[in-house]
Design a protein around this ligand. Structure first.
Ligand SMILES: NC(=O)c1ccc[n+]([C@@H]2O[C@H](COP(=O)([O-])OP(=O)(O)OC[C@H]3O[C@@H](n4cnc5c(N)ncnc54)[C@H](OP(=O)(O)O)[C@@H]3O)[C@@H](O)[C@H]2O)c1
Length: 383
């Protein structure tokens, strides 16, 4: 009888972590027992928690998919995004097990076809998120070189996928379009970015764990091969939703940035009256809406990893994601505009009335084959 491997994943309630847990439970339940303690049980902010838990479970590998919210204070970002990963890595090195770390393109500058080594220089002025993620990458590399850490780092760009309960990054932008709170385009024409498909991440994690000699001590970009123009993406979502906003008017950066600064002053004033009001943390990335950031995929392409769904891109997944998120946000009463239709109806009802071509496409993509559990082995008896 073969013994199951035990894997510990931190960040299992998140977009990426949840997808990895789900993958192991549905594809490798016979060989891997994946444990994903909540942050209440094991917090990366508490060294004793982490050491105690890993010492007791003694897993065969550790995956870190945790992060502090984008708008987190410097203390939280430091503890969750930097010091926590170092604690995990020290425990992994002590146990002699692999550590898979998820990182972010926030550690890279703007630019095109950026390679893995083209990181930002560490500087005080970086955002809390970029600084803490970059520091984690730097220390992990040092630990691999000097302390015998067996790790691999997966650097993601803008992530798309289902189950983003916190509505961050790409899903925040998508939400603004659905909520009709994006009146015009805060970008300029032909601004290309790389995107990462959350559904493919677990395949890479699993492959890396199975091929340690090949992947040990390395960082890889994990993004779709073709970058995507931001304005095209926004306008595609708008047309799927059959909305009149945002208008195809490109707001120049100086104006958008000026507006953001004015809003900051207004919100600061409101806070004096005890009103809790903040700008969406994504606005810290405002300049990246105007600058390209595309990541080279060459390094990973030269490995033994094979893309499990090469035909899938953000555009092919959009129909399914639109239905998923509109259902979710309308059930949670988060979408207030959009004619109020989603409050009473399933999103499909609205699409049925306004965009049947899109609806039929999304039904086809979700699957129209025979239900496998109902398929009969025996032919129907001939009367
Ligand atoms: N989403 C993106 O667009 C994107 C882009 C590039 C890179 N990434 C990277 O991908 C990774 C996962 O991101 P995500 O989008 O999946 O994040 P997410 O949805 O915000 O989830 C974050 C996870 O971290 C956990 N966490 C927070 N504080 C913790 C603590 N003190 N101790 C233990 N766990 C804690 C959260 O648990 P609770 O819910 O219990 O707090 C949650 O499970 C991160 O490394 C991020 O930098 C994401």
């Amino acid at each position: 009888m073969s013994v199951k491997q035990i894997g510990v994943l931190i960040g299992g309630s998140g977009l990426i972590g949840g997808t990895i847990v789900n993958f192991y439970k549905s594809h490798h339940a016979d060989t891997v027992d994946i444990r994903a303690p909540s942050s209440k049980k094991v917090s990366l902010r508490d060294e004793e928690d982490v050491r105690g838990y890993l010492g007791e479970i003694r897993p065969d590998f550790v995956i870190n998919a945790a992060m502090a919210n984008l708008g987190a204070s410097s203390r939280l970002a430091l503890e969750v995004n930097y010091l926590g990963p170092v604690i995990l890595a020290r425990a992994a090195a002590a146990l002699g097990i692999p550590y898979i770390h998820i990182s972010s393109a926030a550690t890279l500058p703007a630019g095109e076809n950026l390679r893995e080594e083209d990181t930002l220089d560490l500087a005080p002025g970086l955002s809390n998120y970029a600084k803490s993620k970059l520091m984690a990458e730097l220390t992990l590399r040092r630990m691999a070189e000097r302390e015998g850490l067996d790790y691999s780092c997966i650097r993601l760009a803008i992530v798309y996928g289902a189950h983003d309960h916190k509505i961050q990054g790409f899903h925040r932008m998508f939400f603004s379009i659905a909520d009709e709170s994006m009146p015009v385009l805060f970008t300029k024409k032909n601004t290309l970015h790389s995107y990462s498909n959350s559904r493919k991440v677990p395949f890479l994690v699993h492959h890396m764990l199975r091929h340690r000699d090949e992947f040990r001590g390395n960082t890889y970009h994990f993004v779709d091969k073709e970058p995507v123009d931001l304005a095209t993406l926004i306008l595609t979502i708008k047309s799927y939703l059959n909305l009149s906003l945002p208008k195809e008017v490109y707001v120049p950066y100086w104006l958008a940035d000026g507006g953001r600064k004015v809003m900051e002053v207004v919100l600061k004033g409101l806070r004096r009256f005890g009103l809790k009001a903040t700008l969406p943390p994504e606005l810290m990335f405002l300049d990246s809406f105007y600058k390209p950031q595309t990541l080279s995929t060459e390094k990973l392409a030269a490995t033994s990893f094979v893309d499990p769904m090469p035909e899938e891109t953000i555009f092919t997944r959009l129909p399914e994601l639109v239905v998923y998120y509109l259902n979710r946000w309308s059930n949670e009463n988060l979408i207030t505009t959009y004619g109020g239709a989603f409050a009473q109806d399933r999103p499909e009802t609205r699409l049925f009335a306004s965009n049947p071509e899109f609806l039929i496409d999304s039904v086809h993509k979700r699957g129209i084959g025979p239900f496998p559990e109902l398929v009969r082995d025996e032919p129907w008896p001939v009367p």
